[in-house]
Design a protein around this ligand. Structure first.
Ligand SMILES: *Cc1c(COP(=O)(O)O)cnc(C)c1O
Length: 430
């Protein structure tokens, strides 16, 4: 009898998208470190260029190692297809590119990764794309920010620097009432904790640099499509619905159905924007994802233990972690994140700016750097680093006040993490 059960999440994290190499039997996915692929003959070449045959041409568009990662991410998110990119920021650009145009608008959450605020608010302005930032906890404000020029709603499931969990279900309803898709950056939660498509999101993007690759050694990004959004509905999305001159008048939506957005991501997005993922980075990310379910469990367990410890520490003023029952986002962690709250959070050290600096200089096991989602525990004092150009008032608004410390809790023995923080906090208090 054929086994018809749908494989579970951990099985898909190891197997989805991959098969033993047809040419050699290699069990791990090989690194196809090649720029281009030989055509069978001139007709084969022509049909590949016309998008009539699926196959490999040039690694800026598609590459077999990168394709395995795309298949795996589509499976883990419950989507139809995925497009991998050189970085998370490249994924955001590629996600929005087919939806936007000069004079059009993005409605985005005001609590996002700092780099995303700059990308959406400043860099994209040069393309004539305007971003209206609003508090996504205020549903009336989200509705009010939508205009006839709005083409997309953008937020993070679990927001970096942490603490904020977006109420995805009503946000998706607001987007759909306006006939625009909801794009969710799922970097901090990963599909191990949250699958935004289950709550109505249409597109998910990732910085695979963080928990997906998981070992602090590979940059990358991904855009995953649910395949559910009707790109023809409101005449809003000509790139996907109308004839594409560069492909002899091909209409992506009509020709590729629920794969239209993903095919467009490769055939136009990667072709023209060029931000392709390197095969080596795809290989490292595929390997990392095989242990994603295990790692996320341990990341969250360790983070909760550290948060509880800090909450009772005399040198600590406050802890902002949705895993703590006292946190206002704790109920949303139950609903959207399976009761977990990720590994990144902030806390306030008594003594302000000087004490914050002293803590990041005093740690020995934690690494003081600007990253999250490593096996190693990481720490940063945003006021003296990532947010140092801002005024104190701007820093406070961004959740990066003088006393704020951000940690990304790794997979070490938790008692060692507590001991390291304790000695650094004691030194800072002295
Ligand atoms: C790091 C990060 C990004 C940007 O990703 P890069 O891979 O650094 O380009 C975007 N969103 C979130 C939530 C991130 O943490």
């Amino acid at each position: 009898m054929t086994n018809t059960r749908t494989p579970g999440f951990a099985t898909r994290a190891i197997h989805a998208g991959a098969a033993p190499d047809a040419a050699t039997g290699a069990r791990a996915t090989p690194i196809y470190q090649t720029t281009a692929f030989v055509f069978d003959d001139a007709d084969h070449a022509a049909s590949l260029f016309n998008l009539q045959t699926y196959g490999y041409v040039y690694s800026r568009l598609t590459n077999p190692t990168v394709s395995v990662l795309e298949g795996r991410l589509a499976s883990l998110e419950g989507g139809k297809g995925a497009t991998c990119t050189a970085s998370g920021h490249a994924a955001q650009l590629l996600a929005l590119f087919p939806l936007m145009g000069p004079g059009l608008e993005i409605v985005a959450a005001n609590r996002l990764y700092g780099g995303s605020v700059t990308q959406l608010g400043r860099a994209f302005q040069k393309f004539g794309w305007t971003t209206r930032f609003v508090d996504f906890d205020d549903l009336a404000a989200v509705r009010a920010a939508i205009t006839p020029a709005t083409r997309v709603l953008f937020c993070e499931s679990l927001a970096n620097p942490g603490g904020v969990i977006t109420d995805l279900e009503p946000i998706a309803e607001i987007a759909h009432a306006a006939k625009v898709p909801l794009v969710v950056d799922n970097t901090m939660a990963t599909p191990a904790l949250c699958r935004p498509f289950e709550w109505g999101a249409d597109i998910v993007c990732h910085s695979t640099t963080k928990f997906l690759s998981g070992h602090g050694n590979a940059m990358g990004g991904a855009v995953v499509d649910s395949g559910r959004f009707d790109w023809t509905a409101a005449g809003h999305f000509p790139s996907l619905a109308d004839a594409e001159p560069a492909y002899h008048g091909l209409r992506f939506h009509e020709t590729f159905g629920d794969m239209a957005y993903t095919v467009h991501g490769h055939a136009v997005g990667l072709r023209d924007l060029g931000a392709a993922m390197a095969p080596l980075n795809a290989f490292l990310t595929i390997s990392g994802i095989e242990t994603l379910p295990l790692r996320m469990e341990r990341h969250c367990d360790n983070a909760l233990a550290v948060a509880e410890y800090l909450a009772s520490h005399s040198a600590v003023a406050w802890v902002n972690y949705a895993g703590l029952p006292s946190n206002p986002y704790h109920p949303r962690a139950q609903k959207y994140l399976g009761g977990r709250a990720g590994s990144v959070f902030t806390f306030g050290v008594k003594g302000g700016y000087a004490a914050g600096k002293a803590v990041v200089e005093g740690v020995q096991l934690f690494s003081h750097l600007a990253n999250i989602g490593d096996t190693r525990s990481l720490v940063i004092h945003p006021a003296s680093t990532t947010h140092r150009q801002l005024t104190e008032a701007q820093r406070v608004a961004a959740g990066a006040g003088d006393d704020v410390i951000r940690v990304s809790i790794g997979l070490e023995t938790v008692a060692d993490l507590l001991a390291d923080l304790d000695q650094a906090l004691s030194r800072a208090a002295a």
